[in-house]
Design a protein around this ligand. Structure first.
Ligand code: BTN
Length: 253
């Protein structure tokens, strides 16, 4: 069977609590679990973020899930974080009439604060990619006091912005629908629509001054959008850098 014939979310394994849905999904992928299977938990005791950070995953407030993907070998993987962020943005916009934006590479913001993080972990064999785990954590019904003090100025939730309680399951289902839509575009190599949507959902306006931490190097310059290979374009004096990974450590919106 071709991998893409299976839909994302055709099998959802729900647990009230787990250590980390990414860890569960990874173990299960290593045991041969199929493309599209999702692990979802109501709370995580060891939720992981990027760069070894903790993802605070308190019970009954957020959405925490991980998708097992088994992409075809030629699928351009650099678009995976973007289609995940796009799926979250469009779901929140369509359901709640809010306007989230993507902060490169894969954070999703509402009113200049982060409410969603995406952690992608991939495993490669001799013939290329074996599986990718797309882990998505969303602050949905959190109050300000639910965040640790050091995060209160940087983090938000959909409830805080919408001013009302949000139906987690409804949002989860919508995101799965969107992930299927965008993953299909990617599998069919329809990059130009993904590229256009990414540029339209960028938190950072073109022309803004930004700083990117790329390994140990900090590059400062002017944000010039994304190219069709998925690279962030950064103009530093006369040079345009194409940046595929890193962290945006300073920006003005
Ligand atoms: C980040 O912004 O640092 C990424 C956060 C990713 C959090 C999600 S929650 C579901 C999945 N399981 C984890 O342990 N992490 C991801």
């Amino acid at each position: 069977m071709k991998r893409e014939n299976l839909l994302i979310g055709s099998k959802v394994i729900f647990l009230p609590q787990c250590s980390s849905t990414n860890d569960l999904a990874k173990e299960s992928a290593q045991m041969g679990e199929l493309h599209g299977t999702i692990y979802r938990c109501n709370s995580q005791t060891a939720g992981r973020g990027k760069d070894g950070k903790t993802w605070h995953s308190i019970p009954n407030k957020g959405i925490y899930f991980s998708v097992i993907l088994r992409p075809e070998k030629n699928l351009p993987l650099c678009w995976l974080p973007y289609i995940s962020g796009i799926s979250v943005c469009e779901s929140v916009r369509e359901l709640f009439n809010l306007f989230p934006a993507i902060k490169w590479p894969n954070d999703v913001y509402l009113e200049d604060k982060k409410f969603c993080g995406i952690l992608i972990e991939s495993s490669f064999g001799r013939e290329g990619i074996d599986y990718a785990i797309v882990g998505i954590g969303i602050n949905v019904n959190h109050e300000r006091e639910d965040f640790p003090e050091d995060l209160r100025e940087k983090a938000t939730s959909i409830k805080i912005v919408a001013g009302k309680e949000i139906d987690n399951d409804l949002l989860f289902e919508k995101i799965i629908e969107k992930l299927n839509f965008w993953y299909e575009k990617l599998a069919l190599n329809q990059i130009s629509i993904i590229h256009k949507t990414l540029n339209s959902l960028s938190l950072i306006p073109i022309g803004s001054n930004i700083e990117i931490l790329d390994g140990k190097r900090i590059i400062k310059g002017e944000f010039r959008g994304f190219n069709v290979q998925g690279a962030l374009l950064l103009k530093e004096r006369r040079m345009i850098h194409k940046i595929y990974s890193g962290e945006m450590i300073s920006f003005n919106v």
